[in-house]
Design a protein around this ligand. Sequence first.
Ligand SMILES: Cc1cc2nc3c(=O)[nH]c(=O)nc-3n(C[C@H](O)[C@H](O)[C@H](O)COP(=O)(O)OP(=O)(O)OC[C@H]3O[C@@H](n4cnc5c(N)ncnc54)[C@H](O)[C@@H]3O)c2cc1C
Length: 205
Amino acid sequence: MSTQSLPSRAAVVIIGGGMAGLSCASSLAQQGVNDVVLLEAKTLAHAGASSFGESRMFREMYSDPVLCRLAQEANRLWREEEQRSGEILRQTHGLLFYGESWDEETIEGSIPGARRVMDDQGIPYEALTSQQIAERFPLKPRADFSGLFEPTAGAVRSDRVIAHWTRTARAAGHQLIEHCPVQAVDPSSGRVSLQSGEQIEADQV
Ligand SMILES: Cc1cc2nc3c(=O)[nH]c(=O)nc-3n(C[C@H](O)[C@H](O)[C@H](O)COP(=O)(O)OP(=O)(O)OC[C@H]3O[C@@H](n4cnc5c(N)ncnc54)[C@H](O)[C@@H]3O)c2cc1C
């Protein structure tokens, strides 16, 4: 565990110091909730965590209208976050979604489905043939492939975001404790048990 002393209770305990845990800590700081302890098993956004790295793509180009609306709401929140931080947290370079033109949903959606949703939502895009994709990008798509280019999509600078959320949480007095793996949580009492044998009582986990 880090040298920081562990409190015996806190208003909120957050488990995990990746993007989810740190964004939660930062949001609480913005709402004036200061009695917060974040417990991270290793280090904040460490190399084995999903949040590690320079960037994560964002897009509104989904064939599920619910995902599309969630992405639109997320973009609104990213704009607010950029204003607060005074930093550019996203790079808007556009994203290309290309492949088979079948109307069949995959885990990434489908091109016809995404096109329908973007038409409904008024999201700008360009529809590209296989040849147009080959002319504009360093790609050799199959002749029957097609694509959609969303010019307002891009990449979140996850490294900058993590640094911004960490600063915001620390400035609010939150304790971000590294090398502190959680063993168990008792949802009825709010007791958080650590692998070290210590415990923290939390109003919310
Ligand atoms: C290679 C890759 C590429 C991706 N690309 C994209 C993309 O382009 N666009 C996009 O939107 N998403 C992308 N994702 C998904 C996105 O990065 C993740 O959804 C997001 O980072 C998850 O954040 P998290 O905080 O939930 O998880 P993590 O970053 O994994 O954080 C969880 C933290 O919890 C800690 N932890 C776990 N158990 C305990 C415990 N018992 N006690 C204390 N701490 C604990 C871990 O050590 C870890 O630090 C990608 C993911 C990967 C891996």
